[in-house]
Write a protein that binds this ligand. Sequence first.
Ligand code: SAM
Ligand code: SF4
Length: 342
Amino acid sequence: MKKTIYNSAEAIHIDRPITDQYGRTFNYLRLAVNEHCNLRCIYCMPEEGVPFKPKDRLLSKDEICKIIKLMVEMGLEKIRFTGGEPLLRNDLVEIIHFATQIDLIKEVHLTTNGLLLPKYIDQLLDVNITGINISLDTLKEDRFKQITRRVGLNQVLEGLKLAVSSNLKSVKLNVVAMKEFNDDEILDFVDLTKENNITVRFIELMPFDSRQIWKTGKFYKSDQIISDIKSHFNNIKVVTGSKTEHKIFKIDGYKGKVAVIPSYTRSLCGNCNRIRITADGKILNCLYSQRETNLRDAMRKRMPNEKIKNVIRRAMHMKLKDGWAAQTEGKERRESMTQIGG
Ligand code: SAM
Ligand code: SF4
C-alpha cells in the first residue's frame, strides 16, 4: 500500500516543469548515492579504485530527500538510484521509502550489481520499489572474476532469482556487451528471456574508464548486436520499450524481452528526459558532459528553495543538443562510471 506524505496541496507547490532550449522536458532523475563499490568491473573502475571522496562531501540522506521533493514540484515522475554500488549505502532503503511514499512519483528503480540483493530484496519490496536493474555481463564463473575482479556470480544469480520471483513490476538485466569478452554469451542471455519475464538489455561500452577499453577493439556496436541476434532467431517481433532503449525485441513464445541500448552511438538524445546527479551533488545535464553544476553547495549555502530550483532549471536549460556536442565541453575525461552512475 502506498502511503502519502507529500501529496497534500500545502506540501507540494506544483511548479513549471524542467525544460531545455530544444523542447525536451526532464522528469526522470538518476541519482548516484555513493561512489564506493564491492566490484571492480574492468570497464568501470581500476583495481585500486578511484579517489573516493570523503563522506561529508557526498549528499546526505536529508539533502537527497530535499532534492527529490523540489524536483517533484517541478514534475519529477521517475527516479533511479545508482552509484557506485547503491546497496552499500546503509540508509538506501530509507531514501527509497521516502521516494515511494510520494504519490506524484510513479516509478522508483534501483540499478545494482546484485551482490547484496539477497540481503536486501525483502526490505526493498517492503518499501514498494518499482523495479530493479541488475548488472551482469557473464553467466560464467571464471569470466565473472575476470570482468569484475571479484568472486560472487552465485550471489548475483540468487539475487536475480529472488527479483524474478517477486512481484516487482520491472526486472532488467544490464549486460555491457563487449567483443572477445562476452559476445559468445549473447544468445545465453537472450535464452534467459524464455522462461523469465525480464528485459535483457545489451549496452554499448562507453568511454568512461581510465584504461579506455573501448579503444582496444572490444567495442560492440548496437546495430551489430541486433543483427547478430536476428541472425539466430527468425521469430523476433519488435515491441516498444522505454524512451532510450534503442530496439526492443520479443522472441515469439518467450516471456521476457531483449533490448539494445546505443549508449555510445547516442542516437536517442532527442528523447532524453534525464537529470543526473552525482554522489557529491553535482548536476550533469548529459552523461557525456564535463560541465557540472554544484547543487550540494547551493543547498549547503542555505539558498531559498526557489533559488535552488533555478539552479536546477538553469543547469538543464543549458543542455546541448546531443551527447556528441556535450562531449566537446570541458577538457577532462571521466575516469570511472562510478562518479556518474550510468
Ligand atoms: N554498481 C551498480 C551496477 O553495476 O549496476 C550501479 C552503478 S554502475 C556505474 C551502472 C551501470 O553502468 C552498470 O550497468 C554498468 O554495467 C554500467 N557501466 C559502467 N561502466 C560502463 C562503461 N564504461 N560502459 C558501459 N556501461 C558501463
Ligand atoms: Fe561497481 Fe557497478 Fe562500476 Fe561494476 S559497474 S565497478 S559494479 S559501480
